[in-house]
Design a protein around this ligand. Sequence first.
Ligand SMILES: *Cc1c(COP(=O)(O)O)cnc(C)c1O
Length: 264
Amino acid sequence: MLWTLWRHTVVKMSDLAAITYNLNRVRELVRAAADCRSQELQQAFPIPRLVAVSKTKPKECIIQAYKDGQQHFGENYVQELVDKASDPQLQQECSDVKFHFIGHLQKNKISKLLSVVEKLFVVETIDSEGLAQNLNDACERRGITERLNIMVQVNTSGESTKSGVPPESCGKLVQYIGERCPKLNFLGLMTIGAYEHDHEPNKDFIMLSDIRTKICNELNMKISAVELSMGMSADYEEAIQLGSSNVRVGSIIFGPRLPPPTSS
Ligand SMILES: *Cc1c(COP(=O)(O)O)cnc(C)c1O
């Protein structure tokens, strides 16, 4: 896999200094966007969580960001997340790092992912009952004591290429997880959405927020008990204003990425 190439990329000091600068700037903008929200949202989610998406970036970038106070990191590929989470230097220098798995999860990779469960904060991409059940059962087999946080990924844009449960099936999946997956803790809803937006405001963000309202009514949950994970480098400020409590920001912190690895 191409990842081995990235792992050996030499990291220049100037890149690391840029991370510190970028991170501080993004944090400021997260705070400013959060202050523009409705009173209700400000109370429910005082400070949106910034997830620094470190996929394809070497561990030195994570270590630098962690030193700058960043705790949550997002990764798309199981092997890469496991390599980083089990790296001795990273474990030593980032003792309380928390990873978010934000890529498509294949059932045959679940046990690999759970090998670093103590570093895993959440799996954001549960999109079927089968996947939820498989993950739950694997947690049970491992005998994990704390429930594993998960989010339900919703295909808000309706593109056939996107993963995610269709909006109309979202409530049913959340209910299924609550009733049948005792090892999983439902944290909220996640969407990637369409990349190009001609229209403001972003339709995917509004839809995810509306879905939350609907399932909270149906399943008798509080809005504050259901997070929204939406917004990336191009649109995290807008996402926060529309209710995101978890933004996944990569390239404006760590710099542009090479194309994603093609799995062999
Ligand atoms: C890569 C990725 C991100 C970060 O994207 P940027 O545009 O670099 O901020 C966020 N979410 C998911 C699911 C991703 O795959």
